[in-house]
Ligand binder design. Structure first.
Ligand SMILES: [Zn+2]
Length: 336
């Protein structure tokens, strides 16, 4: 029998210039008196991490800061973050400040400070044990500083498993951040190369979720079998279409003129909308191909990223196969 039910989940959202200045209130509202701020060295150097911790401590919230999130996290970097967290935690909430890498690292910390076992137990099978968390996670507040990843909306933590040379993830509904605070002002200093790669990621999130297999074409599931990514559905369609419309008016401008406040705002909104779409519908071929492409990097160092290791930015890895994938899949639903 075909599926008749779809689900929709999303974090609470706060969006707009100045949103970040209210984060102490938002953390208190979640009952947090102590938080870990998780960030990466680039975001810390730009002063953004400090700005967030100042607002939090100003609101009488005690803060421990970890700025060692790796750009494109690995099992080793998440282990380092977990070791730090198990030594210094627990906290009432985790505040992630940065791109998808910081947010994914925060998700891993939220998981590993509340549940027993090792990271590898929770990594998707067959690479890891595919175990589900048994205890509730502390809430994650995501403050994205790079437009694109949509990690603030999703239930997945993406990582490289170095020994297996593969990119995979930890995926569970409880990994979705409780609140996303999106302040477009934080993206104003994002270099053009990062804006371009991240923008292609947003575009692919929207196009892939809009052309994902419809939820009605999956076999019917029992409630406990349903996964967060349920296929294209009327609600994810709405967000995906609107994300494409916003990108059409802002993407080129945001890359060519990073000081354009309106273009930056529209890109941040597009990233959020696309995240709300693909965070429920899922993505398909270009994202599936992106993981092995990124996993096979040897010496590529992209413009605009100050990573201390070779990497293919996620958006670039996704965009590489997207034209061929969409051309191949076109006959499946020419209307879309
Ligand atoms: Zn993506």
């Amino acid at each position: 029998m075909d599926e008749t039910v779809f689900t929709y989940g999303s974090p609470q959202l706060k969006f707009g210039p100045g949103a970040i200045d209210e984060i102490a209130w938002d953390a208190s509202n979640l009952g947090a008196r102590s938080v870990a701020v998780v960030s990466d060295p680039g975001v810390a150097d730009a002063g953004i991490t400090r700005r967030v911790t100042d607002v939090l401590t100003g609101g009488d919230i005690s803060v421990d800061t970890f700025t060692g999130a790796r750009v494109e996290p690995s099992d080793a970097s998440l282990q380092e973050a977990t070791d730090w967290a198990r030594k210094n935690g627990p906290w009432d909430a985790i505040v992630a400040v940065g791109g998808g890498s910081s947010i994914d690292t925060a998700k891993a910390i939220a998981l590993m400070t509340t549940n027993d076992g090792d990271l590898v137990d929770y990594i998707n099978a067959p690479v890891g044990g595919g175990k589900n968390p048994t205890k509730p996670l502390v809430p994650v507040i995501a403050v994205p500083t790079t437009t694109g990843t949509g990690s603030e909306s999703t239930t997945i933590c993406v990582l490289d498993v170095l020994e297996a040379n593969v990119k995979t993830g930890i995926s569970h509904a409880s990994l979705r951040p409780r609140l996303a605070v999106i302040d477009p002002q934080l993206t104003m200093t994002q270099p053009a190369g990062v804006t371009a790669a991240a923008g292609m990621d947003i575009l692919c999130h929207a196009l892939e979720s809009y052309t994902a297999k419809p939820y009605t074409e999956f076999a019917a599931k029992r409630a406990e079998e349903r996964v967060p990514y349920c296929g294209a559905n009327p609600i994810s369609d709405m967000w995906s279409r609107e994300a494409v419309r916003l990108l059409a008016t802002s993407f080129r401008t945001a890359v060519a003129d990073g000081d354009d406040v309106d273009a930056r705002g529209a890109m941040a909104l597009a990233a959020t909308f696309a995240g709300m779409g693909f965070g429920n519908a899922g993505v398909h071929v270009p994202h599936a191909c992106a993981y092995p492409i990124a996993g096979m990097v040897r010496d590529f160092r992209p413009d605009g990223y100050d990573a201390d290791h070779p990497m293919v930015p996620h958006g670039m890895a996704v965009a590489m196969t997207a034209p061929a994938a969409f051309a191949l899949l076109y006959p499946a639903d020419p209307g879309r």
